[in-house]
Design a protein around this ligand. Sequence first.
Ligand SMILES: *[C@@H]1O[C@H](CO)[C@@H](O)[C@H](O)[C@H]1NC(C)=O
Ligand SMILES: *[C@@H]1O[C@H](CO)[C@@H](O)[C@H](O)[C@H]1NC(C)=O
Ligand SMILES: *[C@@H]1O[C@H](CO)[C@@H](O)[C@H](O)[C@H]1NC(C)=O
Ligand SMILES: *[C@@H]1O[C@H](CO)[C@@H](O)[C@H](O)[C@H]1NC(C)=O
Ligand SMILES: *[C@@H]1O[C@H](CO)[C@@H](O)[C@H](O)[C@H]1NC(C)=O
Length: 347
Amino acid sequence: MHLKTVAVLVLCFLQRSTTCDFRFDYTTTVHGKREVNEYYDVKQITVTSHNTFGVTIENEYIPTLCCEVFNLKLDVEYIIFDNCWIEHIEEECFSQKVQHITSRIAIINNKLTSIKSGTFTNLKVLSIDLKNNLIEVIENESFVNLTSLMFLDLSINNLRTFNPKVFLNVPNLGTLMLQSNRIESLESNALYFFRKDHSRLDMKCNELTYIDKNVLGGMISENFYLELHNNKLSSLPAGIFDHHSFSVIDVGQNPLKNVSKQFCSRNCTVQDFNFNCAGMDMESMGQTVENIGNWVEENHVNLYTDDYCSFNTSAHLVNVGWSTCNGVRGVEGTWFWIYLGILVILF
Ligand SMILES: *[C@@H]1O[C@H](CO)[C@@H](O)[C@H](O)[C@H]1NC(C)=O
Ligand SMILES: *[C@@H]1O[C@H](CO)[C@@H](O)[C@H](O)[C@H]1NC(C)=O
Ligand SMILES: *[C@@H]1O[C@H](CO)[C@@H](O)[C@H](O)[C@H]1NC(C)=O
Ligand SMILES: *[C@@H]1O[C@H](CO)[C@@H](O)[C@H](O)[C@H]1NC(C)=O
Ligand SMILES: *[C@@H]1O[C@H](CO)[C@@H](O)[C@H](O)[C@H]1NC(C)=O
């Protein structure tokens, strides 16, 4: 190849990656009838009709989500970018320029690796969905002044740490989905930002080995729903759940050892407790099962477990099947369909 040709190709590439010159298709859903109008090969999402309910962009190549992509003159309920290879979000878009989304922002199945400080600020949305990206870093104060936000989904990403400073003024956050990341620990006061009763934290399928005994410090949410199954927890520190109330605590599928009754003994109420013995060593299992059995009876807790533990308590016991993380990661899902495709072709 000529040097000149290479130079031109490189220039074209740079041009493409530094400007926001993408063309794409999008569909709008219209109020009432919910009919779909398709717009082909445009540079901008234009909403000027009061009838527009939501906008969906799927399977397009938009590596940088630039603010100039948006030309929203009127409110829409939602905007969904699904599988658009998005790597960066220009920081001002969802903080200053795009104020017309009333309910949901979804940037799902993309290639985001980080969320910058201030990316989601002063919005009226109820839900933000960033599921199935490659997010490793969320900077301090990335979600700020989101007074209506109730639901945030960060599941199926690559987070290794959980930094509670990412939130500032999210008083109505009731559901935080963090399942299928690689988070290794929860530090003291990590959940202080939950203010609403019946809030829910889903951290199943992470790599938690450590939870600080003051993890719930500053948290005022009552009847909390805490999902920690499929982690690597070996202990539940004494007093960790004291002075709080829970609708559900799920610690199934953890290699717990030698659990005493002290993890929830002082002013601590739990409605449903999910616990099983897979991954426990035989040595400590007997004592732990006896301790949990007594705790359940004394505190009138509904126990969800499997046969493996052989609890000697008939009160409040419900048998449940195994819960696994299979099929959660996008990649595994993809392989499933590839295998299925090969099987279909073969037979
Ligand atoms: C984020 O906040 C923590 C705690 O306030 C602070 O120690 C850290 O330096 C901050 N990080 C950045 C990048 O500002
Ligand atoms: C958040 O809201 C407060 C009070 O309304 C305001 O003073 C502050 O500047 C806002 N923060 C940002 C980053 O806009
Ligand atoms: C018991 O815990 C609840 C929260 O579940 C709290 O509101 C109450 O003040 C606590 N009571 C005592 C005596 O600590
Ligand atoms: C279980 O834990 C208690 C204290 O919580 C300790 O005294 C005991 O030695 C432990 N037993 C085993 C088998 O590790
Ligand atoms: C189960 O518990 C009851 C009463 O608490 C006791 O009498 C019985 O021996 C126990 N059975 C086994 C197999 O440990």
